[in-house]
Design a binder for this molecule. Structure first.
Ligand SMILES: [Zn+2]
Length: 252
């Protein structure tokens, strides 16, 4: 087993002429949208997972050269990291909510730092998580020259941004597969290595930039009609996203 290599599960939702794939690893997830031979990549894992992103693309029978553009849910290192080297190597643009662009460029950083982690670092789950993510480049501060969403956002699989601020100021979710799947990033997750519970939940307080806004976002997600959740962390969740959001509000 290669150093830093994580187990990977890929699942799919077909919708008309396009397919949405969730690539789930035990530390973070990313999403591939395929339309014909063209791909949209949503998030790119940790810096040390760029090769795993390429592996996931080859597993679905495509090539990284097929990426027509990437989307960020938010600019934390576990979602942005792999995109830094991949976008440079394969020459695709990365788009984000206009508010998230400066964060992606690392003009500032809204990410849990030692001050947030040290108070909980004695917990076995946190120690285990740190051991997993340190080799993947969790301390990298490299940014990316992301662009605000163009209008129209014309990318394979026709992803539709859903404003989901709070986890970071410009966090965005995406409706994909004709609106049947919500790619929720860290606005709504179904598990996390430091969480003792499974199923829909809000991510741990230590990782939230603005808890109150993040909660209002989850309240808004209870109004969506999507029937499958592709979260930023944790496995795929089948069932109404609105119900998942309600459950997250109850347990978090
Ligand atoms: Zn995350």
């Amino acid at each position: 087993m290669k150093f830093g290599r994580r187990p990977m599960q890929i699942s799919r939702v077909d919708a008309g002429s396009s397919t949405a794939f969730l690539v789930h690893t035990d530390v973070v997830n990313w999403v591939l949208l395929q339309e014909g031979s063209d791909l949209t990549l949503i998030d790119g894992g940790y810096p040390g997972q760029a090769a795993a992103v390429v592996e996931s693309i080859r597993t679905i029978g495509r090539r990284p050269e097929d990426i027509r553009g990437a989307l960020l849910t938010h600019a934390h290192v576990d979602h942005l990291g792999g995109l830094v080297s991949l976008s440079a190597r394969y020459g695709f643009d990365v788009f984000a909510d206009p508010i998230e662009v400066a964060h992606a460029r690392r003009d500032y950083l809204q990410q849990a730092g030692p001050g947030d982690i040290v108070p909980i670092a004695y917990r076995p789950r946190v120690i285990h998580w740190l051991a997993m993510v340190m080799p993947l480049g969790v301390l990298s501060r490299k940014g990316i020259d992301a662009h605000p969403f163009p209008s129209p956002l014309d990318l394979p699989g026709r992803p539709v941004p859903v404003s989901a601020h709070g986890h970071t100021d410009g966090h965005s979710a995406y409706l994909v597969a004709d609106g049947s799947v919500l790619v929720s990033g860290d606005a709504l997750v179904s598990g996390h290595p430091i969480s003792p519970i499974t199923g829909p939940q809000c991510i741990a307080h230590a990782f939230q930039h603005d808890d109150a806004t993040a909660r209002r976002t989850v309240e808004f997600l209870t109004s969506l009609d999507a029937t499958t959740l592709f979260p930023g962390h944790g496995p795929r969740h089948n069932g109404p996203v609105a119900e998942a959001a309600r459950r997250a509000l109850e347990v978090s």
